[in-house]
Every structure is written in C-alpha cells, then in structure tokens.
Ligand binder design. Structure first.
Ligand code: AMP
Ligand code: TRP
Length: 354
C-alpha cells in the first residue's frame, strides 16, 4: 500500500508538454479515481478520497470521473441517475478539481472504458470475481441466480478504468483495496503473456479516514445508500441537519474523548475530527481531556459545516450553469477519448486484434 507523504510526491523537473489539451510536466506520474453517482456524496467520500484530489493535481497527471457505468450495476431511476451524475460533477469541481489541470469525465462518455473492460474480462477468472467481498455484500440483496452479471463483472470495469489511463496511483477508500489487487493481478497475467503493455497501479489509501463509519451503527461503513439518513452526513445536508446528526451520533457511556478500538462510535468521530483539522489523534485526545462528548460533538459539527458549506455554495452555482457543465463534459470527453484511443489500440495490437 502506498501512503502519500510530501517526500514521496513525484517531483518532476522536465519541460511542460500538452497532453489531451492540458499542460503537464513531462515525466509526471498519473493518478485516476472515480465515484459512483449512485447517491449523494457523503463526508466519507471527502475524507476517504476527495479531500486530497486538489493537492494531487499539483503533482500528478490526474483523471477523475463519474462512474455511471458502475452505478447501473444496481437498479437506478433514470431521472435520479442523471441528476446525481451532474451533482457529482459539480461536487468534484466544487471540491477543487480544476479542469485546466486534471481531466474530468462521465465514464459512459468515454467508450474506451467499456471496450477495455471486455478485453480484460477475457483474462479474468470467475473464481477471482466470486471472491470479491463487495460482490458478496451487494448480491446478498438479490435472490440467488438473479444477480446482474454487471455486478459480478464490476471489478473488471474498474480495472479497465485504471489501466486505460495508465495510472501509477489510485486514491480510494479501504473498501476498494481488493479491487485494486485484482487489477494488479490482471496486469501481471496480461504482461506475462504479451510483454510490458499494462502499467502496474498502486493504491493510495489514507491511514486515517479510509473507512468513515455510520453515525448510527459504527460497526458499518458510512454509506450514501444507507436507508437511515441519520447514519451519514451528505453533501446536501443543511448546517442545522449536520449539527443534529452529529449530536445524535452513537457513542457510549464512558465519556472520554479518545480513539479506542473497543469504542468504535467515539473513535470514528475522533478520527473524523483529526483528519478534518489536520491534527494527530493524540493531539485531539489531549485537547479534549476532561471535556464531555457534548462540547466535542459541537466542535466537530462546526468543522464539518465549515468544510461542507463552501462546497454546497459552489455546487449550487455550478448546477445553475448547465451550459457550462454541458460544454465542459463534451470538451473533456473529446480530450480523453483522443488521449486513450491510441493506447487502447496498442493493447488490441498486443492481443492480435486487426
Ligand atoms: P463509491 O461511493 O462506492 O463510489 O465510493 C467512492 C470512493 O469513496 C471510493 O474510493 C470509496 O472507497 C470512498 N468511500 C466511500 N464511502 C467511504 C467511507 N465511508 N469512508 C471512506 N471512504 C469512502
Ligand atoms: N468502484 C469504486 C467505488 O465504488 C468507484 C470506481 C470505479 C473507481 N472505477 C474506479 C475508483 C477506478 C478508483 C478508480 O468506490
């Protein structure tokens, strides 16, 4: 696993080149990440991955995308899917993704993702897909034999997303680690047969914040598809709702603000506060020694509001400018298609496709 620190940031000293319409420094490493528009993003997405995107784009050639082809592996209402996809695009931009520095697309606008996914599926074993824990969890809600094939094949599409962009790094939350391991196995298998064609990616999983827990059931991951909205803080929540949800977050009767594996509720809140304020967990524990949960929760809610509110304001502005979002989507997909098509050709050549 790759933990990012300043020293490890790739410092390039080569000249600037233009690649898919964006100026990059030659020799820059590349990075890819995506989020499914299967709901409204939560604070889990911010902590687990998006928080660092704006920094990555200063040092890496970044591609961020809205994983709509992944979202349809579970049933989606068409109007809601469209609205959530646009909202996620606005969220990326409002969180600091700068289309002059990074490329940003809707996955289904770049057909190369689906095409590479088919090619890779011919190198993926049924056994390794059936071991994916996310498939096991998600398919549990279907009756046996009625699970969609797309849900089973989902990790192959994710491998295609990563490999199509020749990613060196993939920042994700902890739940995605297994999918990236599968991608790495595919690279070894493919390259063993055809030579060094696919680039080996490395996950970036933050030490803290990689698995933000539900506010109501801290043994579970905070999820945008939780049926109980009290369990998550969404990017749509008004400040007073955020305050209320944190106030009601499940803790315990010990009353000590500390990170302790035996007490997942308060530990999760401490972790959240530490990541959001860029302090160590120890520093947070010291600052709240002898102070009850009430004051700590109030401070945490204030920090959350101060982070979410500016994003909400910018999202609202962007969503009010449909022309801008439309022209951005088409310009970006054209650029990314022109960048990825030659590489996909190279993969097809290696396989022997005319
Ligand atoms: P998804 O909503 O499943 O498309 O997730 C998009 C990205 O956000 C993935 O990298 C996830 O690992 C990450 N993520 C989602 N929920 C959480 C969470 N509760 N804590 C940390 N990271 C998360
Ligand atoms: N599977 C990821 C998730 O559910 C989303 C995703 C799809 C992704 N393709 C990706 C993340 C490629 C990183 C890189 O969280």
């Amino acid at each position: 696993m790759f933990h990012l620190d300043e020293k490890q940031l790739y410092l390039s000293f080569w000249r600037v080149v233009t690649y898919a319409g964006i100026h990059y420094t030659q020799g820059m490493k590349s990075l890819v990440s995506g989020i499914q528009p299967s709901g409204v993003p939560t604070i889990g997405h911010i902590l687990g991955t998006v928080k660092n995107w704006r920094h990555y784009q200063e040092s890496y050639r970044c591609h961020f995308f809205i994983a709509d082809l992944h979202a349809i592996t579970v049933q989606q209402d068409p109007a809601v899917l469209r609205a959530n996809s646009l909202k996620l695009l606005a969220f990326f931009l409002a969180s600091g993704v700068d289309p002059k520095k990074s490329s940003v697309t809707i996955q289904s606008h770049v057909p190369q993702h689906a095409e590479l996914s088919w090619l890779l599926s011919c190198f993926t074993h049924l056994g390794e897909l059936s071991r994916m824990t996310q498939f096991k969890d998600k398919s549990a809600s279907h009756s046996t034999k009625a699970e969609p094939f797309g849900l089973f094949a989902y990790p192959v599409l994710m491998a295609a997303d990563i490999l199509l962009h020749e990613a060196d790094f993939v920042p994700v939350g902890a739940d995605q680690k297994q999918h990236i391991e599968l991608t790495r196995d595919l690279v070894i298998r493919f390259n063993h047969r055809y030579g060094e064609v696919l680039k080996m990616p490395e996950p970036i999983i933050p030490e803290f914040g990689a698995r933000v827990r539900s506010l109501q059931d801290p043994t579970k991951k905070m999820s945008k598809s939780d049926s109980n909205a009290q369990g998550y803080i969404s990017i749509d929540d008004a400040p007073e709702v955020i305050v209320k949800k944190i106030k009601k977050a499940v803790t315990d009767s010990v009353g000590v603000v500390a990170y302790d594996n035996e007490r997942p509720g308060i530990s999760s809140l401490v972790e959240m506060y530490s990541v959001l304020t860029d302090q160590s967990v120890d520093a947070v524990e010291v600052a709240y020694q002898g102070v009850g949960y009430g004051k700590f929760k109030k401070d945490l809610a204030d920090v959350l509001v101060s982070i979410i509110e500016p994003i909400q304001i910018e999202m609202k502005r962007l969503l009010g400018d449909e022309d801008y979002l439309d022209s951005l989507m088409s310009a970006q997909s054209r650029l990314v298609i022109s960048r990825t098509a030659p590489y996909l050709r190279k993969i097809k050549d290696a396989i022997g496709l005319l």
